[in-house]
Write a protein that binds this ligand. Structure first.
Ligand code: ATP
Length: 260
């Protein structure tokens, strides 16, 4: 079991309360999509869950152990974190960047174990980057680079994966490939949480949707429960139609509502 929990978690940045007494439990086997308007606190929540943002109040625990008390390498082995729009400044080959995902296991990119090499190769395949291994990451497109960084997170083989907008820069085919992979990871027992802005994709792949608004959890539940026309109006300030197509939730955004 790898249960990642936030207990009355609050974070202040500058003089602002960005997370306000957030309580949640992410459990193995489920993919949770975190949605909400810009500035709602999604990235801050994900960073706090990964142990990268110290809580002002409250705590984050992994199987009951406070992540702030875990040694950094143990935390990195247990929780893979993909930052939003991450870049790589050096012209390292794709293979070396993905192999950095093995560092928490004490495996250096130039001296991978058999298991480490297999994890790196599987990660590269799972994001459709076969043939890119020798290319410098600085000479890739934005979407290709985003897939390299996701592969690095996958290569860690951590039981928890937290990804901040992993498909935002990807074309539709690679969005589906990557989300299928993340869903399969969850089905295999990982705890997966992903920040997304595409609500139709979120509804299609997520088991649970966590809707954040102004530093709080406005709703948590199945896509059908959470993605209602009323909540899209109050949460995003948009008029939207929520359709059911072949058993799936499809969100059609019609336009912004006038500010109340
Ligand atoms: N270092 C900082 N100092 C002060 N305020 C910050 C800092 N970082 C973020 N904030 C503020 O905290 C709030 C939450 O930011 P966060 O990045 O968590 O939002 P988000 O929901 O991920 O947004 P987006 O959808 O735009 O990525 C925002 O209002 C932001 O302006």
């Amino acid at each position: 079991m790898t249960r990642l929990e936030a207990h009355a978690l609050s974070v202040d940045l500058g003089n602002r309360r960005v997370l306000d007494r957030v309580g949640l439990s992410l459990v193995p086997g489920r993919l949770t999509a975190i949605v909400g308007p810009n500035g709602a606190g999604k990235t801050t929540l994900l960073r706090a869950l990964a142990g990268l943002q110290p809580p002002g109040e409250g705590d984050v625990t992994l199987d009951g152990v406070s992540v702030s008390r875990m040694p950094a390498t143990a935390c990195a082995r247990s929780i893979a974190y993909l930052p939003q729009g991450g870049g790589v400044a050096w012209p390292l080959p794709v293979l070396s960047v993905v192999a950095l995902g093995r560092l928490p296991h004490g495996e250096r990119p130039e001296a991978l174990s058999g298991r480490g090499r297999e994890a790196v190769e599987t990660a590269i395949r799972s994001v459709g980057l076969e043939g890119f291994e020798g290319r410098p990451v600085t000479a890739l497109s934005g979407g290709e680079r985003a897939r390299v960084l996701l592969a690095r997170a996958l290569a860690t083989q951590a039981p928890v994966l937290l990804a901040d907008e992993p498909v935002a820069a990807l074309d539709p085919r690679h969005q589906l490939i990557v989300l299928d992979r993340l869903k399969a990871l969850a089905r295999d027992g990982a705890t997966v949480a992903v920040i997304m802005h595409d609500l139709t994709l979120a509804a299609r792949f997520a088991d649970d949707i966590l809707f954040m608004q102004q530093g709080r959890i406005a709703a948590f539940g199945s896509p059908e429960e959470v993605l209602t026309e009323e909540r899209l109006a109050s949460g995003f300030g948009i008029a939207a139609r929520v359709l059911r197509e072949a058993g799936r939730v499809v969100v059609v955004a019609e336009g912004p509502l006038p500010r109340a």
